[in-house]
Design a protein. Structure first.
Length: 318
């Protein structure tokens, strides 16, 4: 039986602005069950005993900050603290790598998700994620905020991520450190990701953009978790990745705002994301019941988690 995916809503804005011309195989805004099917058909993932999706991300099981660059453009050049964290790359090298990616992706089956970053409509960014991996589309569905079908029709991308995890750069000609690259152009409103399947690059790529845009609107961009008591008092928890922000914010007695990325405006604290991205090492039902429960339901993605012969996750196996 052939499944028809074409009924899914799509924006009036196609992919021509990216340079993609042969788009007959592009799948737009599939729902989680459809993306499950695609991820399994593509051999990107398998199911756990509880019907969560398990993905192995290959060489990179985390982000690759040394392969991340910002295009040194005149409009933002004086705003960036350039250095080992904010590494510059020239517009010419960006354009050349963009063209190579388009040549590689044109005509391939691609997955598009149109989404929002920012729960406060005043400070919201329209985001589009285009990837050759169905798993990236499901991750984006989980991690960002989903528009209604009506909103999707008029969705104009404010920033686009173009991801080709199976395409690698040539460091000698492309000016990168390795075959992996994460390049951000603020003038083109475009992030290019290649040579890595790890989906955290998608999430952090957009946070980097918000981290630049929000302060210009007098909004503090924060790497923190946040929750609220029933009187409306908000607490924010700062710390490096893995120090417990998600655990602290997922308190059953509090209202969760978000677990990782927030904006703080004159009107309050809002989540930039729509989902949670928690570490699972040594996760248990007793220690972190709210987070553990999500691993036992369909729709959740488990990255790089070891499964036993019955496909039960072993969260103690590092």
């Amino acid at each position: 039986m052939k499944i028809d995916y074409n009924r899914q809503p799509m924006s009036k804005t196609g992919l021509e602005y990216l340079g993609l011309k042969n788009t007959e195989s592009v799948l737009w805004n599939l729902n989680p069950s459809e993306l499950y099917e695609q991820a399994i058909l593509n051999n990107e993932a398998i199911l756990t005993d509880a019907m969560a999706l398990r993905v192995l991300t290959g060489t990179y099981t985390g982000r690759s900050p040394k392969d991340k660059y910002i295009v040194e453009e005149s409009s933002i050049k004086d705003d960036i603290d350039w250095g080992e964290v904010n590494q510059p790359i020239s517009p010419e090298l960006f354009d050349n790598l963009h063209k190579k990616m388009i040549d590689y992706l044109d005509g391939k089956k691609l997955y598009v998700k149109d989404l929002y970053a920012g729960a406060d409509p005043t400070h919201r960014l329209n985001v589009r994620v285009v990837s050759e991996a169905a798993y990236h589309a499901l991750f984006s569905h989980n991690m960002f905020i989903n528009p209604s079908e009506e909103e999707l029709k008029d969705h104009e991308p404010g920033f686009t991520i173009l991801a080709a995890p199976n395409f690698e750069a040539d460091p000698e000609t492309d000016g990168t450190r390795s075959g992996t690259f994460i390049l951000c152009s603020f003038e083109k409103k475009l992030i290019l990701i290649g040579g890595t399947l790890y989906s955290g690059e998608v999430k952090k790529g957009i946070f980097s953009v918000m981290n630049y845009l929000l302060p210009k609107k007098n909004v503090m961009a924060m790497h923190c978790s946040a929750n609220m008591d029933h009187d409306g008092n908000t607490a924010v928890f700062f710390g490096l990745s893995g120090t417990g922000k998600t655990t602290l914010s997922a308190d059953a007695d509090k209202i969760l705002i978000g677990d990782d990325e927030h904006g703080w405006s004159d009107d309050g604290v809002f989540n930039i994301e729509g989902g949670c991205y928690a570490k699972t090492i040594n996760l248990s039902a007793e220690g972190e019941p709210e987070i553990y429960n999500t691993t036992q339901m369909p729709g959740t993605i488990l990255e790089n988690v070891i499964l036993d012969k019955n496909r039960v996750p072993d969260f103690d196996d590092d």
